[in-house]
Design a binder for this molecule. Structure first.
Ligand code: ZN
Length: 292
């Protein structure tokens, strides 16, 4: 199974939303691209994929979440992190992310318990780390290529894309060898995009000499589905005292910013009080239950 995407718009949107530096754009851009591909591989339409990378580097945590259509959103702890360009001319994503930590994946099929998998980071360069996740945690042989082209002087995101190839159980050795040979000969994803290749043409190139059956073509974008209701529910996980005493910053209202899309939601003291009341009532009913 092979999937390819042009994630240029997604990465550009993420850069604008979070004010990402050159290095942070490349790092989060790669993770957004990879997670979108992983999401698009999910069969269940209500399924979601959340990938967190914590490598101990200066950028902090990277988080991306995708739905089964490949729509994705994400953020990094320290969007201002920027490292010098490496001596080979590449952006130092591995240096910013670090490699002392883990990739964690939560795959929610839309019902039942989510699947949670973790592997140690290999390099913090992200494509390798996602490949390792599939190899060790899901035992699926995978090839992953991710690319984000950033203007080195201005730091502006220009092109981004990725490919994810997974072998179905029972794939024969010849097929694997052929794929690896084709992949080794392939230009980088951003080079192919710069040449004007579509994701479909990228797949065709990779699968040269092999049978290809086209399954799906998806229109993907940077999508956040947050709402005031969702943040109210999140507030209810705090204690009543914490809810009541949230700092009122703007026109006497508490502000909560969505980490994914940076949209701000405002809560008046009255709203906070009634949420605190709701939290108190659910605490009380939980206590009752534990007595019985
Ligand atoms: Zn949001």
């Amino acid at each position: 199974m092979a999937a390819a995407i042009d994630s240029s718009d997604i990465v550009f949107t993420a850069q604008q939303l979070h004010g990402l530096t050159r290095t942070a754009t490349a790092a989060l851009g790669r993770l957004l691209t990879g997670t979108s591909l992983m999401g698009a591989m999910l069969k269940n339409s209500a399924a979601t994929m959340t990938v967190t990378i914590n490598g101990g580097g200066p950028i902090g945590n990277l988080i991306a979440r995708a739905d089964s259509k490949g729509n994705v959103r994400g953020y990094v702890s320290n969007p201002e992190t920027d490292l010098p360009i490496r001596t080979d001319g590449k952006i130092d994503v591995g240096g910013a992310v670090g490699n002392d930590g883990r990739v964690s994946v939560i795959r929610n099929e839309g019902s039942g318990e989510p699947f949670i998998g973790q592997v140690e980071l290999i390099s913090g360069e992200i494509a390798e780390d996602l490949t390792a996740y599939y190899a060790y945690s899901e035992q699926i042989p995978t090839i992953c290529a991710l690319g984000v082209l950033v203007d080195k002087d201005e730091g502006k995101a220009m092109l981004a894309g990725g490919m994810l190839i997974q072998l179905l159980p029972g794939a024969d050795e010849g097929c694997i060898t052929r794929l690896e040979e084709n992949f080794a000969k392939l230009d980088s994803v951003t080079t192919m995009l710069a040449q004007g290749l579509t994701p479909k043409q990228m797949c065709e190139k990779l699968l040269t000499g092999m049978e290809m059956e086209e399954l799906d073509e998806l229109e993907i974008s940077y999508v956040c589905n947050c709402s005031k209701e969702k943040f109210s529910e999140m507030l209810l996980t705090l204690t009543p005292e914490e809810i009541e005493t949230l700092p009122l910053v703007k026109d006497g209202m508490a502000e909560i910013k969505c980490p994914y899309c940076c949209r701000a939601y405002y809560f008046t003291q009255d709203e906070l009080n009634s949420l605190a009341e709701e939290a108190r009532m659910s605490l009380a009913s939980r206590k009752d239950e534990s007595k019985n």
